[in-house]
Design a protein around this ligand. Structure first.
Ligand SMILES: [Mg+2]
Length: 362
């Protein structure tokens, strides 16, 4: 029988960002991490972090994690079963939002503990194999003046010999979006992939106009041009442009992923580990993407997401930023634009206690 789940601790740290986020959904110079550690009766510790953007909600989120944990304490560790039980619990709160974040925080920690218990890297525990994962550097190129973007693009490329970057678009003037694209491209090789993200800033008609104007730019994808929940509008936009359309970082659980795929909202999807419901929610979504034959890319959380991409049949790009690195004893490394999954049991994340003490909130 699997060991019993015995204890939990949570803490929030608010880390300064090397390059502040300047996007249509907000500006941030710090980034909050809620760390969850689940302890089994035999001393094995499973851990996770989630980043809910809004640090002021940390107490609400931590308290939901703690409350939901009571459902699983003193039960034999069974991550998949725990997820199903958790989702049934959430039907009273709603299968999305903070409730889903809390379930994800626990689910990721449970799977980490389960893989450690098996003494295998998470991807091997899930039936996959270790290999490097194709990534793009997403840690910059915000809505900055276009003239600042060329030097930043050069630095971002060099952080891991990346051949793919993502630029944020949706400036008021089309000319400035075009200047931003040119500035970034000036630092990239001809065959490199340039991705772009509008962070939901346009409305439907504005998007129709802007996406048509940018459709000949050879961009790898158009990400979230309009509010995330307008699935039907995404499906209509998609019919009128040729650049692939992608959404999914704001899918709250598999219900959203299924609805979006059914409506044909995107050419590809990009679930967010936290919002999709952790490892268990991701695995279901990966099966949906396979059934609908749509490429799946990741959103943030590159460590756990990399393991999951190894068992995702339609895996495409892994999103990478260095935001979490100061918090980790051994950050994952990038080599030739690919994330290297270390050969360590579980996800292999150990948090730096000094950094936690320095930046903890509350
Ligand atoms: Mg995005």
């Amino acid at each position: 029988m699997h060991p019993l789940v015995s204890n939990i601790s949570t803490v929030t740290v608010n880390l300064p960002l090397q390059r502040p986020i300047v996007s249509s959904v907000g500006q941030y110079d710090k980034w909050p991490f809620i760390i969850t550690e689940v302890v089994l009766e035999n001393g094995v510790v499973g851990n996770s972090y989630i980043c809910p953007y809004l640090v002021n909600y940390r107490q609400s989120i931590e308290s939901v994690i703690q409350e939901l944990f009571k459902v699983f304490v003193n039960k034999p560790l069974a991550p998949k079963e725990f997820y199903e039980i958790g989702m049934r619990q959430l039907s009273l709160l709603g299968r999305s939002g903070i409730a889903m974040y809390a379930l994800a925080a626990l689910d990721i920690a449970f799977w980490d503990a389960s893989a450690k218990q098996a003494d295998l890297p998470l991807c091997e525990h899930l039936g996959g194999s270790l290999a490097n994962v194709k990534a793009y550097n997403s840690g910059g190129l915000w809505l900055l003046p276009p003239e600042e973007l060329a030097s930043q693009a050069d630095k971002l490329r060099q952080e891991g010999d990346f051949s793919a970057l993502k630029v944020r678009l949706g400036r008021r003037e089309l000319a400035n979006d075009l200047r931003a694209i040119d500035a970034v491209r000036s630092q990239m090789h001809q065959d490199d992939d340039l991705l772009c993200d509008f962070n939901q800033v346009l409305n439907f008609t504005g998007a129709l106009r802007r996406l048509k104007e940018l459709d000949n730019q050879g961009l790898y994808w158009f990400e979230e041009p309009i509010p995330y929940h307008e699935f039907q509008n995404y499906a209509e936009l998609r019919q009128r442009i040729s650049t692939p359309l992608i959404l999914g970082e704001n899918f709250h659980g598999t219900d959203h992923a299924a609805l979006s795929l059914e409506l044909g909202s995107g050419d590809a999807i990009m679930p967010d580990l936290m919002r999709i419901g952790g490892v268990s929610g991701w695995l279901k979504t990966a099966s949906l993407a396979e059934a609908y034959k749509k490429p799946l890319s990741s959103h943030l959380y590159h460590e756990v997401s990399a393991h999951l991409m190894r068992v995702t049949p339609t895996a495409d790009y892994l999103e990478w930023t260095n935001w979490v690195d100061p918090l980790l004893e051994e950050p994952y490394q990038i080599k030739d634009g690919h994330l290297v999954i270390p050969e360590r049991p579980g996800v292999g994340l150990e948090f730096n206690r000094e950094i936690i003490d320095r930046y903890r909130v509350g």
